[in-house]
Ligand binder design. Structure first.
Ligand code: AMP
Ligand code: ZN
Length: 484
């Protein structure tokens, strides 16, 4: 095991910047709540995944043997997080006149493609929620046996009054707790306590639930609640201890609160005590949401001519715990900066054979690790790229450091620099396309004369070019020839 530095991350569970600890030394189980695949991911969702990707990559960079697990929610997530309303997947399928499985496949693929464009690494395990029905049934059975769950009105609920502490992420006031009431939906009268949540449904006001499974609990077919999937998927792939669990801040309550309640009641010991929550991306009119109709996607950014990696830069330049407001003006700034970075990287000499400058490497790497180890300060880590570019050292060392930092930042700088150089070369090759060779030769002779400061010769050559019907214009990128 390499020497892993001390890493502090803000932990929503303790509300402090805690030192990362893992159940097994050097190994780190990371769980990230995946998308509900009833529509495209909006760029707000993707902010969470970009920051979680930076976290995962930094943990690996620091030396942890990371296993990242993620779910795909293809059943059980209702239109209100308070177990009310219609299954989002069924709603999505109706909207598109397709089956639930068809839209799950389509939007799972679309999500993977968005992630690829944003250089978000694929998790080691991606598990669709519908794959683990026997595991949910088993967990619910144990919760019933232990007295943490009860049957009422055709559903199975978790009894939150059985826990010493249910609201682990902070105190909520009474109003806040009645999520159903707050969101304007009817309260479920089957619940013993307002905060109880559904583990298994057979009864819902919406009769056309598309996916249902038999269970030992009821004669009718049923389907799992949303929260149970993440507990079971995490336990299946990471065992009884999850080292860090991630999601957007909206996942904190009720989703993560309920995950902890059922997991610890089932296991009889603590399950996950490090919780990483990413603040929301809002648009200028407020919260970004898939149910709002028009929303911003990666494809839309591409249609408008933005490289998706400009959006990654935009996200990395803010701290993950600060709400970020999206505007095209802000994205334009990120794009200008991104293009400048790419050009500066492109200018570095790839053939430089100088010795690596170990003192510069050590000093800048130490700063990079220090900033990311203090609650994942990606903004400072990005600004270290500029320190590399202006460091008093050779190009080989700069290229080495940029590629090293890119293991975490993943801004695609080397790839885009290659593309920039290829585009420049193509432009150069086409510079004189369609111009007679005689004229091109005179233009080149004129450029040489100008370089030698023989302006009389340069002027005479310009006249000769004109006589052949062409005009030469000097630009920052060299001479341009046009028909006179
Ligand atoms: P969903 O597809 O709705 O299950 O959400 C996928 C992920 O995106 C979850 O981790 C959410 O917490 C997160 N999320 C939802 N809205 C936003 C937002 N506006 N900004 C950042 N993350 C979000
Ligand atoms: Zn989850």
């Amino acid at each position: 095991m390499t020497n892993i530095p001390e890493i502090r991350l803000y932990n929503s569970y303790t509300r402090k910047k805690d030192l990362i600890k893992t159940h097994e030394p050097g190994k780190l189980g990371l769980y990230t709540c995946g998308p509900t695949v009833y529509h495209f991911a909006h760029i707000g969702n993707l902010r969470s995944y970009i920051m979680e990707d930076a976290l995962e990559k930094f943990l690996r960079y620091a030396g942890y043997d990371v296993k990242r697990v993620s779910n795909i929610t293809d059943v059980g997530h209702l239109t209100s997080d308070a177990d009310e309303g219609e299954d989002k997947m069924v709603k999505g399928a109706k909207r598109e006149h397709k089956t639930v499985m068809e839209i799950a496949k389509f939007y799972t693929d679309a999500f993977a493609s968005d992630c690829e464009k944003l250089n978000i690494k694929k998790p080691d395990v991606i598990e669709p929620a519908t794959n683990l029905i026997p595991e949910y049934i088993h967990m619910i059975q144990v919760l019933l046996e232990k007295g943490y769950a009860y049957k009422a009105g055709g559903n199975i609920y978790f009894d939150t009054s059985k826990l010493d502490r249910y609201y682990v992420f902070g105190e909520h006031d009474e109003e806040d707790l009645a999520v159903g009431v707050r969101e304007g939906v009817e309260e479920d009268l089957n619940k013993r306590n307002k905060a109880d949540f559904v583990l298994w449904f057979t009864q819902s006001k919406f009769e056309d639930q598309a996916l249902k499974w038999p269970s030992p609990f009821f004669d009718e077919m049923g389907y799992p609640g949303w929260h149970i999937e993440c507990s079971c998927i995490s336990m299946k792939h990471l065992g009884e201890y999850c080292d860090i669990h991630c999601g957007g801040v909206d996942n904190m309550f009720p989703h993560h609160t309920n995950e902890i309640a059922q997991s610890e009641a089932y296991l009889g010991h603590t399950w996950c005590t490090q919780w990483f929550h990413v603040a929301h991306l809002n648009d200028e009119s407020g919260k970004m949401s898939k149910s709002k109709g028009e929303f911003l996607t990666v494809s839309l950014l591409e249609k408008k001519g933005y490289d998706p990696l400009c959006y990654r830069l935009f996200c990395l330049e803010s701290h993950y715990r600060k709400t970020l407001v999206f505007s095209f003006d802000a994205l334009d700034n990120a794009r200008r900066e991104y293009e400048k970075l790419v050009q500066r990287v492109a200018q570095l000499d790839r053939n430089d054979q100088s010795d690596l400058d170990q003192a510069v490497i050590d000093s800048l790497t130490e700063k990079f690790v220090r900033n990311l180890s203090m609650d994942l300060n990606t903004a400072n880590a990005v600004s270290l790229l500029y320190d590399v570019l202006k460091a008093n050292t050779n190009d080989r060392t700069k290229l080495y450091l940029i590629q090293d930092f890119e293991r975490v930042l993943s801004l695609g700088l080397m790839d885009r620099a290659d593309k920039y150089l290829a585009a420049q070369a193509e432009k150069e090759a086409n510079r004189y396309a369609g111009i007679p060779a005689e004229v091109v030769q005179l233009v080149e002779e004129r450029a040489a004369a100008k370089k030698a400061k023989d302006f009389a010769k340069a002027d005479a050559l310009r006249d000769q070019i004109k006589e052949l019907g062409y005009e030469v214009k000097d630009t920052a990128e060299g001479p341009v020839i046009e028909k006179a």
